[in-house]
Design a protein around this ligand. Structure first.
Ligand code: SF4
Length: 411
C-alpha cells in the first residue's frame, strides 16, 4: 500500500502550457473493429459541429485565461475528412483564442484515402506540421478484413504526396495480431513501412472490442480469435527490425527517429495538463479529469457562446447544462501518484526521480516502498540513478507492473 502521508503534492498547472486535443467524430465509413466515438453518414452535422467546436475553443480559452498551447492534436474520427476550409477556420480560432507556442507540434490524423496534393498544401498552410497516418497494413487482403477504404498502394502514394507537399514529420500507424495475419504478411508490412522512411511508427495489437461488428463475426466463428502468441512474436519482430533500421522505441507502442517522438502523446504519458474539445473528448487539468458528452448532435445544441473570462472554477463553468462537460472526477494526490506511475512506466525512460520528486515531494521508493521492493525482487523493474523503469522482463508483463501501482486509490 502506498505511503500517502509522505506526498507533498504539486501537480503541473495549466498556465505553464497545455496539450490541446480536438475530437472529430466523422468518418466516411465505419471500420468494423472500431469502437471510437465516431460516425459515418452524419455529414449534415459537420457545419454545426465546426461552429460549436469554435465556440467551445473560445469558451475554454476565456475561462482558462488564454493559456499557452504546447501541442495540438486533431484526432477522431477522421480529421482529414473535414473540408479544408473548416480545418483552416478551426486553426484560426485556436490561434486567436489561445497562445499557441511558435514551436508547437500540430498533428493531424489522416486517412490515406483523403490525401491529394491540394489538400496536403492546405493542411500545411493551416499550420499542421505533423501527420499521423492510419495505414494499418500494407496487405490489401487484411485492409479488406479491416474494412479500410484505401489500398496499400494508395497509402504509399498518400505518404509520398504528403512528403512532396513539405511534411517532414510523418507517423504511420499499423495494427498487428489480425485474424488470418501470417508472420510473412507482417514482415512485408514492416518492410514497406521502413522503405517509406517515416519519422515515427505506432504499432497496436488488434483488440476485439465488445459490440463491434468484428466482435460479432469472431463470436459467430466467421473469423478466428487472434492468436496471442503469434501477436507477441510480431511485436518482437517489429522491435528487432525497427531497431536495426534507426528507430528507437520510446514507449510500449511507439518508435521514432532521433528527436521525432510524439510530443503531444508524451504529455499524456507524463500526466501533464491537456484539454480535449469536441464530442466525447477527455481532459486532465485544474486537478480534475473530465469528459465531454459523446453525442455530436447534442454537442452542437449544448455548447454556448457566453463563458466568463478567467472563471474561478473553469471546469464548472464549462459543465452541462451551460457547457459540454458531462463527467468530472476530482484527482486526489493518491489517484495522481498512481496514474503518474502507471502512465510514466510506459515510457522507455521510465519515471524519472527528478520529475517524480518535483511533483510528489518524495522519492518513488518512499511513497511505494512495498511495491518497489516486490517488483524489484521479481525482476520486473530497474532503478537507475535517473529513473524507475520497466526491466526487459517487465516490458512483457507491463500490465502486472502498472496494476501494482494503481491498487485501490481509496485505501
Ligand atoms: S477510420 Fe479510424 S476512427 Fe474512423 S472508423 Fe476507421 S478506425 Fe475508427
Amino acid at each position: 500500500m502506498p505511503n500517502l502521508a509522505e506526498i507533498k503534492h504539486s501537480p503541473p498547472t495549466y498556465d505553464g502550457g497545455i496539450g490541446l486535443y480536438l475530437h472529430v467524430p466523422f468518418c466516411q465509413t465505419k471500420c468494423p473493429y472500431c469502437d471510437f466515438n465516431t460516425y459515418a453518414g452524419i455529414e449534415d452535422q459537420i457545419s454545426g459541429y465546426v461552429r460549436s467546436l469554435q465556440d467551445e475553443l473560445i469558451g475554454w480559452a476565456n475561462v482558462l485565461g488564454h493559456p499557452p498551447v504546447r501541442t495540438i492534436f486533431l484526432g477522431g474520427g477522421t480529421p482529414s475528412y473535414l473540408p479544408p476550409a473548416d480545418l483552416e477556420a478551426i486553426h484560426q480560432t485556436i490561434r486567436d483564442a489561445f497562445r499557441v507556442e511558435d514551436s508547437a507540434e500540430i498533428t493531424m490524423e489522416c486517412n490515406p484515402g483523403d490525401v491529394t496534393a491540394e489538400k496536403a498544401a492546405s493542411w500545411l498552410a493551416s499550420g499542421v506540421n505533423r501527420i499521423s497516418m492510419g495505414v494499418q497494413s500494407f496487405d490489401d487482403e487484411l485492409l479488406g478484413l479491416l474494412g479500410r477504404r484505401h489500398t496499400a498502394a494508395e497509402a504509399k502514394e498518400a505518404f509520398k504526396t504528403l512528403r512532396k507537399a513539405g511534411f517532414v514529420n510523418q507517423s504511420i500507424d499499423l495494427i498487428y495480431g489480425l485474424p488470418y495475419q501470417s508472420a510473412k504478411q507482417w514482415s512485408d508490412t514492416l518492410d514497406k513501412t521502413i522503405d517509406l522512411e517515416p519519422e515515427h511508427i505506432s504499432l497496436y495489437s488488434l483488440q476485439i472490442e465488445q459490440g463491434t461488428p468484428l466482435a460479432v463475426d469472431v463470436e459467430a466463428g466467421k473469423y478466428p480469435i487472434p492468436d496471442d502468441d503469434l501477436a507477441a512474436d510480431m511485436y518482437e519482430e517489429a522491435q528487432t527490425r525497427l531497431g536495426e533500421n534507426g528507430f528507437s522505441q520510446y514507449e510500449i507502442s511507439n518508435w521514432s527517429k532521433p528527436d521525432m517522438e510524439s510530443r503531444h502523446n508524451i504529455i499524456y504519458w507524463l500526466n501533464e495538463p491537456y484539454l480535449g474539445v469536441g464530442p466525447g473528448a477527455h481532459s486532465w487539468l485544474a486537478g480534475q479529469r473530465f469528459a465531454n458528452l459523446r453525442s455530436p448532435r447534442r454537442y452542437t445544441t449544448i455548447v454556448g457562446t457566453d463563458y466568463e473570462n478567467g472563471a474561478a472554477d473553469p471546469v464548472s463553468a464549462m459543465t452541462s447544462p451551460a457547457g459540454p462537460v458531462e463527467m468530472v472526477d476530482i484527482t486526489t494526490p493518491a489517484i495522481d501518484v498512481a496514474e503518474t506511475m502507471m502512465m510514466g512506466m510506459r515510457l522507455n525512460q521510465g519515471v524519472t526521480h527528478e520529475r517524480f520528486e518535483k511533483r510528489f515531494g518524495a522519492a518513488v521508493d518512499v511513497i511505494f516502498p512495498d511495491e518497489v521492493a516486490r517488483l524489484t525482487k521479481l525482476g520486473l523493474i530497474d532503478i537507475t540513478k535517473e529513473a524507475v523503469l520497466l526491466s526487459e522482463r517487465g516490458r512483457l508483463l507491463g500490465n502486472e507492473v502498472f496494476a501494482e501501482f494503481i491498487g485501490d486509490p481509496d485505501e
